[in-house]
Design a binder for this molecule. Structure first.
Ligand code: IMP
Length: 198
């Protein structure tokens, strides 16, 4: 089974990704690999942050690895909070304060369309490959649900009447931006393992 280090300390993301890739790839988190590092995300795009995280881990381990960076893009806010999703409320950032700031910023705004976006940077044999996944929806006016993390309680995916935080993990995963990016990566890895003959 191919072993891939997932360059993250976020246990929610690791849980979601393991459940998508279960039994096909062995996903090892930083903690499980015995790596104690908090990699900064200093860049202006999800792509650059994802690349930096996978490069740092590849340089440390010389092992196949991947990282992901995700964010919520609200169209009426010019794509904010975007790459700054985790730190939206500044020094006081946590899920509650980030959501509170988002709802304040959106007060009186009618267009509440938004999307979650994930970018994965995969390094295989020293070469980097990028994969993107998106989930379109809109921002609710109130908080609903207790599951998940981040902006889940205010994100209503298109075509549904429940926020991500009102869904079971499996239900959320089936729709999520992260799943779409992870599946693209998995397909790429499968094709690499068994290339179709011309
Ligand atoms: P990062 O990818 O670790 O930088 O985190 C991005 C931030 O985006 C998280 O801290 C959350 O606030 C938000 N985020 C990313 N993915 C999700 C999701 O699936 N649900 C809710 N919030 C998310």
């Amino acid at each position: 089974m191919r072993r891939l280090i997932f360059a993250s300390n976020n246990k929610h993301k690791a849980e979601e990704i393991k459940s998508i890739l279960n039994h096909v790839f062995q996903i090892v988190t930083l903690k499980e690999a015995g790596i104690d590092i908090d990699i900064p995300e200093p860049h202006e795009t999800l792509e650059e942050n994802a690349s930096e995280k996978s490069r740092v881990i590849f340089e440390m381990t010389q092992s196949d690895c991947f990282s992901e960076d995700s964010g919520l893009e609200v169209y009426a806010l010019g794509g904010a909070p975007g790459v700054k999703s985790a730190r939206y409320a500044g020094e006081q950032s946590n899920d509650t304060n980030n959501i509170a700031k988002l709802l304040r910023e959106m007060n009186g705004i009618e267009n509440r369309q938004a999307c979650f976006k994930t970018v994965i940077s995969l390094i295989i044999d020293g070469n980097e490959f990028l994969f993107e996944g998106r989930c379109e929806g809109h921002i609710t006016k109130e908080i609903n649900g207790n599951n998940g993390f981040g902006y889940d309680p205010v994100f209503l995916p298109d075509g549904l009447e429940k926020t991500f935080a009102q869904m079971s993990m499996q239900e959320k995963i089936s729709l999520s931006h992260r799943k779409k990016a992870v599946e693209k990566m998995a397909q790429f890895l499968n094709e690499m393992a068994s290339p179709t003959k011309p």
